[in-house]
Write a protein that binds this ligand. Structure first.
Ligand SMILES: Nc1ncnc2c1ncn2[C@@H]1O[C@H](COP(=O)(O)OP(=O)(O)O)[C@@H](O)[C@H]1O
Ligand SMILES: [Mg+2]
Length: 241
């Protein structure tokens, strides 16, 4: 479970980009974080994962405060950032072994998982190549593989489907569903509506750093006019500036 309480954030010399955000992400569900470009999705996710400091408020991950207990919190999360351009000077397999070392994944377990997941993603044959030579989608897939190596209880993904080919996108969606079905937490951001409509149990809609809606798609249809699509509601909610 992720709890965000009264969280605000501004970048130096700017107005607040996140304003007193409150959000609780339950276990066992896929929750989509939806908002237009610049809404504050990545900023929120970076605070959740300890990449950026929080100005005001508290974020806990399975009860661990990300600022007070960063190691405990980080141990249980798997984070897929929006830009997968990391560790470009490592070979794919070196990167995965590095991650497995950090998270103490035993040798046999890591071998089985690396082989299974990279074969699913069709990057198994590229593991001896430098990540520098990988395409955007391949870089994303190697990071997702790294995240799944240690089977984190909380999975946080920032625009994970952007740039993936249809087969890889399908596999990743299946993985997210499996993860949620095991009772774990899956939280991912998207500026695209179809995938959210198709995949999510619940959605949080944010704009200008403020939460506009949180609930199931059915709740949303009840709250707004029942005949409206997610697209219509989204456009109405986010158009009032
Ligand atoms: N490093 C930064 N420095 C200054 N402003 C930033 C920085 N990163 C993001 N912003 C601003 O914060 C707001 C929210 O950005 P972001 O969280 O990246 O939105 P999203 O991920 O929803 O597209 C935007 O107005 C953006 O311009
Ligand atoms: Mg973003």
């Amino acid at each position: 479970m992720i709890e965000i309480k009264e969280v605000s954030k501004h970048y130096s010399g700017q107005r607040k980009v996140i304003n007193r955000l409150n959000l609780t992400i339950p276990d066992g569900k896929i929750v989509g974080f939806l908002g237009p470009n610049g809404a504050g999705k990545s900023t929120t996710i970076k605070m959740m994962t300890g990449v950026l400091p929080i100005d005001e408020g508290v974020i806990t991950l399975d009860g661990n405060d990300i600022e007070k207990k960063p190691l405990e919190a980080k141990r249980i999360i798997g984070y897929v950032p929006d830009r997968p351009d990391l560790f470009l000077r490592l070979k794919g397999l070196e990167y995965l072994n590095f991650i497995a070392d950090i998270y103490d994944v035993p040798k046999e377990v890591r071998q089985e998982r690396i082989e299974r997941i990279t074969k699913q993603f069709s990057i198994y044959n590229s593991l001896d190549d430098y990540i520098q030579s990988y395409s955007h989608g391949m870089r994303q897939k190697i990071i997702v593989t790294g995240v799944l190596l240690h089977d984190p209880s909380i999975w946080i993904l920032d625009e994970p489907l952007t740039g993936l080919d249809p087969k890889s996108a399908y596999i990743l969606k299946e993985m997210m569903r499996e993860h949620a079905n095991k009772g774990k937490t899956v939280f991912f951001s998207s500026h695209g509506l179809e995938v959210v409509e198709q995949l999510c149990d619940e959605v949080a809609i944010i704009n200008n750093g403020e939460l506009l809606f949180y609930g199931t798609l059915e709740d949303m249809k009840e709250t707004y006019k029942s005949d409206q699509s997610l697209e219509q509601v989204f456009l109405e909610l986010t158009s009032n500036e």
